[in-house]
Design a protein around this ligand. Structure first.
Ligand code: PGA
Length: 238
């Protein structure tokens, strides 16, 4: 695991974008595993900027997102599909049909999980997976639990996740209580993993994940077993 500590969110975002840019330049048809949340917004802004300057081409890129809220469709502005379209996909030349987000409105979410895993396998797996980290150590929506869940699955969101995400909704009651998330299997099978963490409130959990025991109680700790994982963190106040 490589750990890069930087002093500003801008630096974190530029470095993360540079790693993704290098991946796309080196392999134009890369399968990018993408993440939502406040942390990757700056990364996506740099990727958009470099695309507009002509330095990057997403024509052949395929993408798979980590997760989606149960019950939310892409037209809902709180959905992760909406987030991805508005923060990245609408601004670059990726083909929309090459972008994938789990369908939170699928009638049978378990079946949707199996479909999503089959899709990732059919794409040949993920070349580079971008991750944020929750205050409870979640990656995607893999919440702390008793075992690492391998496949894409439905999860009950923990209180800490609901409270953290309430800032994006009118009220905490509006945050969906369930989500569908890629499991630890597809994340660990990604050829490269890039985790980004920003803010003083992430310091404690990043240290637990990086220095503590590998345990499903801190899902991000599993990344210590990944052969090519980079963590970029900034613990400064904005
Ligand atoms: P954040 O979320 O980027 O909004 O802090 C990270 C996460 O919960 O994975």
């Amino acid at each position: 695991m490589r750990i890069i500590e930087v002093n500003s969110y801008e630096d974190l975002s530029r470095k993360a974008a540079a790693i993704i840019a290098a991946q796309v330049i080196g392999k134009p048809d890369s399968v990018l595993g993408l993440a939502t949340g406040s942390t990757p917004i700056g990364t996506y802004r740099y990727l958009t900027e470099w695309y507009k300057k002509g330095d990057l081409d997403f024509e052949k890129v395929r993408s798979v997102n980590l997760d989606e809220y149960a019950g939310l469709g892409g037209d809902n502005d709180q959905s992760y599909r909406y987030f991805m379209n508005h923060n990245l996909f609408n601004h670059i030349n990726i083909h929309m049909e090459n972008t994938n987000v789990p369908n939170g409105r699928a009638e049978d979410l378990q079946a949707e999980g199996s479909r999503y895993d089959a899709l990732i396998a059919a794409l040949g797996g993920i070349d580079l997976q971008l991750l944020g980290i929750g205050h409870n150590g979640h990656i995607g929506f893999n919440e702390p639990c008793d075992e690492f869940v391998v496949g894409t699955h439905v999860v009950d969101l923990g209180e800490s996740t609901i409270n953290a995400n309430a800032r994006f909704f009118a009220a905490a009651e509006d945050v969906p209580r369930q989500a569908i998330t890629m499991g630890i299997g597809a994340i660990m099978q990604a050829k490269k993993v890039l985790l980004i963490a920003n803010g003083p409130d992430k310091k404690e959990i990043v240290e637990k994940a990086v220095f503590g025991p590998v345990t499903p109680k801190v899902p991000a700790s599993v990344l210590r077993l990944h052969p090519d994982c980079t963590v970029i963190c900034c613990f400064q106040k904005a």
